[in-house]
Design a protein around this ligand. Structure first.
Ligand SMILES: CC(=O)/C=C/C=C(C)/C=C/C1=C(C)CCCC1(C)C
Ligand SMILES: CC(/C=C/C=O)=C\C=C\C=O
Ligand SMILES: [Fe+2]
Length: 552
């Protein structure tokens, strides 16, 4: 690919003239929100052309000198918006907005966060229309972010970071607030979903960290409040969201188990579909994601379990808020969506996963459902992956291969009352370099028999997934995309309107480069070859999960 000249042209249809102004270099400056206007100048996060953080590299030369990848370096500015120069050709049918959320700010002044999951949420927007691409990013104005910016210190408990008590009284107060949930973060840095009614919500694992945003301006509209009385403090970071429903799991730390809940479009009220009691331990297994089939919700009970003692600790443990309990076993439970009944609960080999890929029903010749198949990015039951996501480890790649192996873990859950299920690799892991995470599928195949999964894989040696991989689960082969030194984020599949083939569409990924630069990459999903790329004004930090908001 030839190198690109970057030319910001601010023609973004989303930019409201009254809230933005353009400076000489074409960057869009935002007017300050009221909570920031109250801050002394020295306490404000700088916008657009000014640097956001002092302890991170801020120029490409500095990035080169320090050797820090854009992926693990805090976002350079609080916000930016403008049109990108596209190299290659964007399909004219590609009309809509790709939103991608992730933890983009990992420090408060000189204080550096430890873990990838700690960073304050940065939402990225790629708006495609008529072969053109408008790009923007912005910080989500959670209470945790605003308080940190105002007080210049950590004020809420993040994934691994805990605010330092200033004295004994505040320590006691801190413990009390942990139980009430008031000290937990609302930093919605994990994903973003478009509800069936069009509302766009950023999410994390704390329930209070559900924040509605405007998908055009990226404005934080406010808390997404659940109006039911279900209580609880945490939920799965990955609800299943379709045009007709929102299904999620609420882990119950008091009576170990999970509630399966459903919310309709237009409503803020979750209703309980069913409940599963844990079988293997004193606390529920971590449930970052879960899969569904057409008729069932699959509830994973991993041996990596929430741990009350670790929740109380000020310093992170190697497993953070969790504990590994292989002695209690690993389980997968199945709840019928229509009746809420538990229809299967099987013991399976030990497993560790963040992300389920998809699931479907296996039928016999008479069309009876005899088993469920559920696929996930499985880390060979090795919990060390969690600690490999420490920023220090990610930033200090020495050329030694340290990424633990992962595979497409395929569960087979029989529905005939058998007490055990199977877990095997669905594809030879060497096909994707024995690295695997951050997956997507064609959403039309959600819960149905499917053939293709897109994910990040590995080209070794590496310390983090560094390829994009398209896995053919029928042929048991993978096609891989790799560029030296690049860290690609979740490959996100967007179907061509009217497509009949499962892989007729594009795959979008945000790439963070070794030299501090970055670009949007668009692959043809069928050939898995590049069709376009568009360079950002500067590289972006690694992000997690996205969603597609089609333009009607
Ligand atoms: C970014 C990502 O994938 C996961 C983020 C998880 C978070 C922010 C979890 C936070 C938690 C607390 C602050 C305390 C309670 C436990 C737990 C849900 C892990
Ligand atoms: C980045 C990640 C999990 C993100 C959760 O949302 C996992 C990476 C695993 C590496 O193989
Ligand atoms: Fe995730």
């Amino acid at each position: 690919m030839a190198s690109l000249a970057f030319s910001p042209v601010n023609k973004a249809p989303s930019i409201k003239p009254e809230t933005t102004r353009t400076n000489r270099s074409g960057f869009v400056k935002a007017s300050l929100p009221s909570w920031r206007k109250r801050l002394p100048e020295s306490h404000r996060v700088n916008v657009a052309t000014e640097t956001l953080v002092s302890s991170q590299p801020t120029t490409i030369e500095e990035v080169d000198r320090t050797g820090k990848l854009a992926a693990w370096t805090s976002v350079r500015h609080e916000r930016w918006e403008g049109e990108l120069v596209v190299e290659g050709q964007l399909p004219l049918w590609l009309k809509g907005t790709y939103l991608r959320n992730g933890p983009g700010l990992w420090n408060i002044d000189e204080y550096n966060f430890r873990h990838l999951f700690d960073g304050y949420a940065t939402i990225v927007r790629l708006f495609f229309e008529n072969g053109r691409l408008i790009f923007g990013h912005r910080q989500i104005e959670s209470e945790a972010y605003k308080a940190a910016m105002k007080n210049r210190r950590l004020c809420y408990r993040e994934f691994s970071e805990v605010p330092k008590p200033v004295n004994f009284l505040s320590y006691v107060g801190e413990l009390a607030s942990l139980f009430s949930g008031s000290s937990l973060t609302d930093n919605a840095n994990t994903g973003v979903v478009k509800l069936g009614d069009g509302r766009v919500v950023c999410l994390t694992e704390t329930i209070k960290g559900s924040i509605q945003i405007d998908p055009e301006t990226l404005d934080t509209k406010g808390k997404f409040e659940y109006t039911d009385n279900l209580g609880g403090l945490i939920h799965s970071a990955h609800p299943i969201v379709t045009e007709t429903e929102f299904i999620t799991l609420l882990p119950d730390l008091v009576q170990p188990g999970y509630s399966v809940v459903r919310m309709e479009p237009g409503s803020n009220e979750r209703k309980v579909i069913g409940r599963v009691n844990c079988r293997g331990g004193p606390a529920p297994g971590w449930v970052h994601s879960f899969p569904v089939t057409e008729h069932y919700v699959i509830v994973p009970e991993m041996p990596l379990r929430y741990c009350a003692q670790n929740l109380l600790k000020a310093e992170p443990t190697p497993l953070y808020k969790f504990e590994w309990h292989p002695e209690g076993g690993s389980y997968v439970h199945v709840v019928c969506k229509a009746s809420g009944q538990l229809v299967a609960s099987v013991e399976v080999p030990l497993y560790v996963t963040f992300h389920f890929i998809n699931a479907y029903e296996e039928v016999d010749e008479e069309g009876r459902v005899i088993a469920l198949i559920a696929d996930c990015c499985e880390h060979n039951a090795d919990t060390t992956i969690l600690d490999k996501l420490r920023l220090q480890t990610l930033r200090s790649f020495t050329g030694v291969d340290i990424l633990p192996d992962a595979r497409v873990g395929r569960f087979r859950i029989p529905l005939d009352g058998s007490p055990v299920g199977e877990l095997k690799a669905a594809v030879d892991p060497d096909e994707h370099g024995r690295g695997l995470d951050m997956c997507s599928i064609n959403p039309a195949y959600l819960g149905k028999k499917y053939r293709y999964a897109y994910a990040c894989g590995a080209q070794r040696p590496c310390n983090f997934p560094n390829t994009l991989t398209k896995i053919d689960l029928v042929e048991k082969k993978a096609k891989n995309w790799h560029e030296e030194g690049a860290v690609p984020s979740e490959p996100f599949f967007v179907a061509r309107p009217g497509a009949t083939e499962e892989d007729d569409g594009v795959v979008i990924s945000v790439i963070s480069c070794k030299n501090g630069e970055g670009y949007a990459l668009i692959l043809d999903a069928s050939s898995f070859e590049e069709i376009a790329r568009a360079k950002f004004p500067y590289g972006l930090p690694y992000g997690l999960h996205g969603c597609w908001v089609p333009k009607e």
